[in-house]
Design a protein around this ligand. Structure first.
Ligand code: SF4
Length: 325
């Protein structure tokens, strides 16, 4: 286990009784099904929307669905048409460092890949070698995304305390790409005033480019009541107060399954994205502003969803025409 959460989480084995595969709530992932191998996530990111649900287990509680492979097999056998792709992570991270959890993730991924079903995931954990070896057998079916916002150890300790350190995530990229697996970077959620400072962006993009990455998908922090509560409870007040104050006058929009998501005011996102674009350009990287999470701006379809080659719904008519250049 990474960081100070080593002794805080002890995975408990539990039985999953409900449906394993469910639709993805993000518009550009229509047609992709999702599964979660746990309830709770030991990565304990302070901005996590999944941890903010009222029914989410409290910090320190992690339940691993050990019957998931058996139930998944039964569900797949009942399906008239097999799904084209399954995401391993909508409300958890599939690569948290616990053997029982990794065994479930491995069995689920293997089962899907053996049936010709694409597997996609976003992780901030360490991907063990046996997974890289498995994925290398199915390079056309695996689409990996590595979450990476900053190389700063203080940011890591404060905002993502249980995740793998940034250098381990860069290693993931290297190992996956060397094995011939399509792997990219998701730079999300940008924390305004914290992760979007020019020097921090310069260091990050230099490191990412060294791994051969030429585009990154970008999303911004958004809040809902539960997320704001987590930020207040888990960040020092001198960090949470100025951060939350930036949301004043931010629009309320529909993001994923929630119609009551507060975004940063558009001018903050536009200014910040300008900085990101400038820094990325210096290293030959194209940043793509995620339109599912910025429905009020002229944003784009992420590379992550394009890699899955799915049709997406058209843009909404009422998007603001603020220039992103
Ligand atoms: S890794 Fe993902 S699911 Fe886990 S706490 Fe962080 S944001 Fe939430």
């Amino acid at each position: 286990m990474w960081g100070q959460l080593a002794y805080e989480f002890l995975p408990i084995s539990t039985e999953r009784r409900s449906q394993i595969l469910h639709p993805f709530a993000i518009p550009c992932m229509q047609g992709v099904l999702a599964l979660n191998v746990t309830r709770g996530c030991a990565h304990a990111c302070v901005y996590c929307y999944a941890r903010a649900y009222p029914e989410a287990p409290p910090r320190g509680q992690l339940m691993v669905y050990e019957n998931l492979p058996a139930r998944l097999e039964a569900e797949l056998a009942r399906m008239r048409r097999r799904p084209r792709a399954v995401s391993l992570c909508t409300a958890t991270d599939p690569f948290q460092p616990f053997p029982s959890l990794l065994a479930v993730t491995y069995q689920a991924a293997q089962m899907l890949l053996n049936r010709g079903i694409s597997v996609t995931f976003l992780t901030k954990g360490f991907i063990p070698d046996e997974f890289v070896a498995l994925f290398a057998r199915f390079p056309d079916l695996v689409r990996a995304r590595i979450g990476l916002l900053s190389l700063d150890p203080r940011y890591h300790r404060t905002f993502e305390p249980g995740t793998a350190p940034p250098e381990v995530r860069l290693e993931n990229l290297r190992r996956l790409r060397l094995a011939g697996i399509m792997a990219g970077v998701r730079h999300d959620p940008v924390i305004p005033g914290v992760t979007d400072k020019p020097e921090a962006l310069d260091r990050l993009f230099a490191a990412v480019r060294k791994e051969g990455i030429t585009s990154v998908d970008v999303g911004y922090l958004y809040i809902r009541p539960g997320i704001a509560q987590l930020l207040r409870a888990e960040l020092p007040p001198e960090v949470s107060r100025p951060l939350l104050s930036q949301f004043r006058r931010g629009p309320i929009e529909e993001v994923a399954a929630s119609s009551h998501t507060q975004l940063l005011p558009p001018e903050i996102r536009v200014r910040s994205f300008y900085n990101i674009r400038q820094a990325a350009r210096e290293h030959g990287i194209v940043p793509i502003l995620c339109r599912c999470k910025n429905p009020d701006l002229r944003a784009d379809r992420c590379q992550g969803s394009k890699d899955l080659a799915y049709r997406t719904p058209p843009r909404r008519a009422r998007q603001l025409s603020l220039s992103l250049t």
